[in-house]
Design a protein around this ligand. Structure first.
Ligand SMILES: Nc1ncnc2c1ncn2[C@@H]1O[C@H](COP(=O)(O)OP(=O)(O)OP(=O)(O)O)[C@@H](O)[C@H]1O
Length: 360
C-alpha cells in the first residue's frame, strides 16, 4: 500500500458571517480510492470540496496532494495550478465546440499530440464514435461522459465530484457511475465524491465519511458504517429505523421484546434500541399467543397490521403495537401482504440492533 495519501486534508475549517460551516474536517484518500462525503443538504459538503479545489479559502487547516502542501496558513496554490479535476452536476460543456475541442480545451502540445490524447480519452469513456459531434447532439449521459473525459485530460491526481450523476435517470446513472469509477481507478486518481444519497455512497465508495453540521461524525467502509453506526441519526441516514425506548438496570434494558444488553451504560439511563425494518422477525398469531422467547430474538410482542405494500423485491408492512400504540415497520423479502387488522407477532434480532443512550 502506498504510504503517502494522494489527497490529505487536515483540520480545515470555514465560517460564513460568523457561522461555522465546516469545522475541523480531516480526511485522507489513497491513489485509486473513492471516498464519499455523505450528509444532508447544508452540512458543508460542497464547501469542503470548494476549499480543496481552491475556489474558497479555508480559515484554518492544511491541504496536501501527494504530500505537497497546496494550501495552509501562509500559502494557497491558485485553483488552476492544483492537480485537481472537478466534475459537477451542471457540467456545462461549451455548446459551440465539438466533443473533440471540448476535451482538448486547455491542452498543451502539438495539434497531433492533442488529437491523439483526445482520441484516447474518448475511447476510455466509451465516446470514441462521437468525437466530431456537438453537445446538443448528445444525450445527458453522453454529455456526462464527455465532461469526464475533459476533466481527465490534464491527468489530475485528485478528482472532486459534486453530485455529478444526479441529473441522469436511474438506469443510466448506474451505468455511467460504474464506468466513471473504472476509469478513475485505472488512472490511480483519488476521488472525493459529494452526495446526499446513501445508496449512491454505498455503491461507489471505498470509504464513506458521514458529515453533519460541518463535522465528520463517522468514517469507514460502507459495510461498517451501515452495520455499526455511531448514533441514531447515523443509523437513520441509511434506512428507516424502528426505535424502542427503555431504561437501563444492571446493564440490561427491559422492553416488551425482552431484555437487551446495554454494557457500560449507567443504571437509570434512557436508551433507544434501534433496528432496521429488514431485521424484524414476524410470526403468526396462534389464538392470541406468540412464539416462545429465544436467546437470539427475545420475547415476541404483538402488533396489528396497519398496511402492507409490495415494493418489487420486498414487502413493507406497518404494525401498530398493542403495548404502546407505536408504529413499527418491517421489510420482508418477496411477497408478504397480510390484510390490515391481522394480528402478528414481532421479534427483534439481537445481533442486528443498536443501543444508544438518549442524549440528556
Ligand atoms: N458563500 C457563502 N456564503 C454564505 N453562506 C454560505 C456560502 N456557501 C455556503 N454557505 C452556507 O454554508 C452551509 C453549507 O453549504 P454547503 O453548500 O457546503 O452544503 P452542502 O452539504 O453541500 O449542501 P447541498 O447538499 O445542499 O449542496 C449552508 O448553510 C450554506 O447556506
Amino acid at each position: 500500500m502506498p504510504s503517502v495519501p494522494r489527497l490529505e486534508i487536515s483540520h480545515i475549517a470555514k465560517s460564513f458571517g460568523g457561522r461555522s460551516v465546516v469545522d475541523d474536517v480531516s480526511l485522507s484518500i489513497l491513489p485509486g480510492q473513492v471516498t464519499c462525503l455523505l450528509g444532508p443538504s447544508g452540512c458543508g459538503k460542497s464547501t469542503t470540496l470548494r476549499m480543496i479545489a481552491g475556489i474558497e479559502g479555508p480559515d484554518a487547516g492544511t491541504i496536501r496532494v501527494d504530500g505537497r502542501v497546496i494550501c495552509d496558513d501562509g500559502h494557497a496554490t491558485p485553483p488552476e495550478k492544483r492537480p485537481i479535476g472537478l466534475m459537477f452536476q451542471d457540467f456545462a460543456l461549451f455548446p459551440h465546440l465539438s466533443v473533440a475541442r471540448n476535451v482538448a480545451f486547455g491542452m498543451k502540445g502539438s495539434k497531433t499530440a492533442q488529437r491523439a490524447a483526445v482520441v484516447d480519452l474518448l475511447a476510455k469513456v466509451g465516446m470514441g464514435r462521437h468525437i466530431d459531434r456537438y453537445p446538443h447532439e448528445l444525450s445527458g449521459g453522453e454529455q456526462q461522459r464527455v465532461a469526464l473525459a475533459r476533466a481527465l485530460a490534464p491527468r489530475p491526481r485528485v478528482m472532486l465530484m459534486d453530485e455529478p450523476f444526479s441529473g441522469l435517470d436511474d438506469r443510466l446513472r448506474d451505468e455511467i457511475r460504474d464506468q466513471t469509477l473504472d476509469v478513475l481507478k485505472a488512472e490511480g486518481t483519488a476521488v472525493l465524491l459529494v452526495t446526499h444519497e446513501p445508496g449512491e455512497a454505498m455503491r461507489m465508495a471505498d470509504e464513506i465519511a458521514l458529515m453533519r453540521d460541518g463535522r465528520i461524525v463517522q468514517r469507514g467502509a460502507p459495510y461498517n458504517i451501515y452495520n455499526t453506526p455511531v448514533d441514531r441519526q447515523a443509523a437513520a441516514f441509511f434506512s428507516d429505523i424502528n426505535v424502542i425506548e427503555g431504561t437501563v438496570r444492571g446493564a440490561l434494558t427491559d422492553t416488551p421484546f425482552g431484555q437487551f444488553l446495554a454494557p457500560g451504560v449507567p443504571d437509570g439511563t434512557r436508551v433507544q434500541i434501534c433496528i432496521r425494518p429488514q431485521h424484524l422477525k414476524i410470526d403468526f398469531d396462534r389464538a392470541g399467543r406468540g412464539p416462545l422467547p429465544t436467546p437470539a430474538e427475545g420475547t415476541a410482542a404483538r402488533g396489528i397490521v396497519q398496511r402492507a405494500r409490495f415494493m418489487g423485491s420486498e414487502s413493507l408492512v406497518e404494525f401498530r403495537m398493542d403495548h404502546d400504540g407505536t408504529i413499527l415497520k418491517a421489510q420482508i423479502p418477496s411477497v408478504f401482504l397480510p390484510r390490515p387488522g391481522t394480528p402478528l407477532w414481532i421479534m427483534i434480532r439481537r445481533d442486528r440492533c443498536f443501543v444508544f443512550p438518549v442524549a440528556a
